[in-house]
Ligand binder design. Sequence first.
Ligand code: PMP
Length: 326
Amino acid sequence: MTQQYLEKEEPAEEASLIDQIGKTPLLRLDRIAPKNVGLYAKLELCNPGGSVKDRCALSMVLDAENNGRLKPGISTIVEASSGNTGIGLALISAARGYKLIITIPEKMSIEKKNLLKAYGAEVIATPNVPHSDPESYIEVAKRIAKETPNAVFLDQCNNQANARAHYETGREIYRQMNRKKISALIAGAGTGGTISGTGSELKRLCPGIKIIGVDPEGSVLSGGEDRPYKVEGIGYDFIPKTLWPGVVDEWIRVSDKTAFEFARRLAREEGILAGGSSGAAVYAALQVVQRYTSEKDNVVVILPDTGERYLSTVYNDEWLASNGLL
Ligand code: PMP
């Protein structure tokens, strides 16, 4: 092998699974976006667990290990998740020797529940009820953590290690843009960790940048009315403590139908198979790029997860039709 090849290789003995979290690609979307403005997508689906939430999971585990709450080989991790944080925790738990119990609302895709089980997590599906209901996934997780010996509830909606994980997401985007101007960042919010950490770091690095949140119709994060919706991973019926005040400059609300339509377009026009929240974010990003006319303006959109976990929903015509979304 030539020296040139040797320098690019990461020696196998130094590469751990957990080290592969983050460092995701940033790609220019050339086909779906107008030519004059740069629209760049941060492909969080390239994380080992297939989503942006690997970063949050790792950060919360390391934080709890550092402050002595979690002990590898002894503790049980308990978390309430729409699936992706659970999957991130599942691969980290397998690698570090934790037992894992995930509560997940019934409405989340069957693929996510099966993935969790495949990694060895215990999965408890809970009814789709408001967060304050004693049977909600959050309340059930709290109860299980109290009743289980050596259990720790990581509590991603209140745990600031979640949002802090994304200072690095912001720095990665800044480095990958290689001194090009970033005029706006578009990201969905569930716990708000991604947009709060990434957005606040980019505000520090790129003064004048606009941080634009994406919220499903039916979520209260952007001030809307609480009602059921289908897109997974974004929106809430309360404001989590990990959605930092003052970071989001503006919200764009997206319907289920639009979110799913744009996820499918992303697959067919760009070859990127992503989830419904990515579709919502791309739709919002395409609204935002229309505001710019200069070639110097660039917009970055975060694509949170892979579409493979929605083959039974977003990418299934019968499911869409039966929900009136085709
Ligand atoms: N999209 C998907 C598919 C998700 O699972 C999540 C996490 N709930 C998000 C977006 C939003 O991420 P955050 O919790 O950091 O706001």
